[in-house]
Design a protein around this ligand. Sequence first.
Ligand code: NDP
Ligand code: 8X3
Length: 256
Amino acid sequence: MAHQRLKGKWVLITGATSGIGKACAYHFAEAGSNLILTGRRKDRLKAISTEINEKLAVQISTFAFDVRDRDACKQCVDSISQPIDILVNNAGLASGKDPIDQADFDDWDKMIDTNIKGLLSMTRFVSEKMREQNSGHIINIGSIAGHESYPGGSVYCGTKHAVKAITEATKKDLHGTEIRVSAVSPGLVETEFSEVRFHGDKEAADKVYNNLQPLTADDIAEIVFFTASRPPHVNIMDTIVLPTAQSSSTMVHRSE
Ligand code: NDP
Ligand code: 8X3
């Protein structure tokens, strides 16, 4: 039944070239949803859509652009003629984990421009269309870092707290319409996230997931899919999902 609800729907996923976004693409395609996949890496977008279409006869459009480029966001949304039924605002990153007095300004700009302003641009353009069609669902990927802050995460946590606030305010802005607005807020998920955070330092990235069972991108995609596949009168506001071995941003149990 839940799968039936999403058959033939058009789902726009930002950051579909890796991790959670990519896993979402497969989950929605398996339910028969059509996909609009975006991200900066064009080769990956092509490879993922080819792989999905080898198994599943869904329609897939791809748009390679940087969500920090507002004009490119607008061009992407303007050029989609189908109704956008679901927007998964997933593109995002952590860059660096330095304390506030030592952090790099470029890292800050990247996180703020991508996680907040990129998400806002996509929401701005897509929500305008959704209001016209009086339907749609915006699902923002937040984080446990949007609920509690940790040392070295001042700006990343700040951006994810912003995602929480934006999700709540967007719901209120669209009050009285049929549009749903949700967040999914994961803890530790093993993706390319930590490699990006530590600027390609694979050893530092691997340490994050050492001696614990982290969440997988699939675990989160299932929850995004669950959120999207509720009946139209059900709006899940936020779901915090942690690995069993994690009890807060900083409490992580590692087996010896
Ligand atoms: P990945 O690094 O595996 O994926 C990030 C995705 O975002 C990639 O597809 C990347 O595509 C895209 N992206 C990054 N910057 C931009 C940009 N400027 N423009 C367009 N696309 C961009 O990490 P995750 O899958 O883990 O991260 C996805 C989301 O989940 C992020 O918002 C992250 O903050 C959040 N999250 C992750 C957690 C984790 O532990 N992994 C936990 C909680 C939340 P490309 O490089 O091709 O542009
Ligand atoms: C990603 C999870 O704990 O590294 O949002 O902030 S964490």
